[in-house]
Ligand binder design. Structure first.
Ligand SMILES: [Zn+2]
Length: 243
């Protein structure tokens, strides 16, 4: 066998191992903390490996269980205990089938458009869409609400579809800015209109339970396109989205 450098070998998802990872020891520790605490780095697309779906969900669950068991073992937990022994499998299933399900493009909700029979040309607002996501820097929950608005371009969307689109992008490791942009762009495409606004207000548990332990702050991000870039349209929306 050819002498392949370790980092190249690790590029195959199937070969991934958690030992000998020099990232754990090098001096980038401080830099990594900084990125996490300030939530820097939000490319529009979720950074995915090209081979992300080369293995099945069931295989992913098996592999994650093995690695999560190692994490628990390293922490010194006794996996023979009845309460703990099922945890690795439960966590693995939850990751793949629930909280990170939106990584798989097959899960993207298909959106049917309806003719806008009433010739309704004003703004449509759906507010207080509950949102559960996961901070990609700390893997703890982000809990919040999204307020969405659009001005129809001949067609309208079923309101529950907006919720499903929000949930789809939330079910990934995320940073709030990217989540906000992904929902905005997806709505523009689905509705075939430029006039879309999305505001997200969310609490990041990584800020509440660790680091600065601030339980009161929340983060607000916004996406405005088309007419929502104009001040009066935007203000109309912001007034609607207030309680
Ligand atoms: Zn975080």
């Amino acid at each position: 066998m050819k002498n392949v450098p370790v980092n190249l070998k690790a590029k195959k998802l199937n070969d991934m191992i958690i030992e000998n990872d020099s990232r754990l020891e090098n001096q980038n520790d401080l830099y990594d903390e900084e990125i996490g605490d300030n939530h820097i780095g939000d490319a529009y697309n979720t950074p995915m490996r090209p081979d992300a779906f080369d293995i099945s969900d069931d295989e992913k669950i098996k592999k994650i269980s093995v690695h999560f068991e190692q994490i628990m073992n390293i922490l010194g937990l006794d996996l023979k205990d009845d309460s703990l022994k099922g945890t690795p499998k439960r966590v693995a299933k939850m990751y793949v089938k629930e909280i990170f399900r939106g990584l798989d493009p097959k899960e993207k909700p298909s959106i049917a458009l309806f003719e806008n029979k009433y010739q309704y040309k004003e703004m449509l607002v759906e507010r207080d869409i509950i949102l559960y996501s996961t901070c990609e820097h700390h893997f703890v929950p982000i809990i919040g609400k999204a307020h969405v608005a659009y001005i129809p371009n001949g067609k309208v969307i079923g309101l529950s579809k907006i919720n499903r689109l929000v949930q789809y992008y939330a079910q990934r490791p995320q940073v709030q800015e990217r989540l906000n942009n992904q929902i905005g762009e997806a709505l523009k495409e689905a509705l075939n209109t430029q006039h879309v606004a999305v505001v997200i207000e969310a609490q990041h548990l990584c800020v509440a339970v660790r680091g600065v332990k601030d339980v009161h702050s929340s983060t607000v991000t916004a996406f405005y396109s088309g007419k929502f870039k104009e001040e009066n349209t935007r203000n109309e929306f912001l007034n609607f989205s207030k309680k």
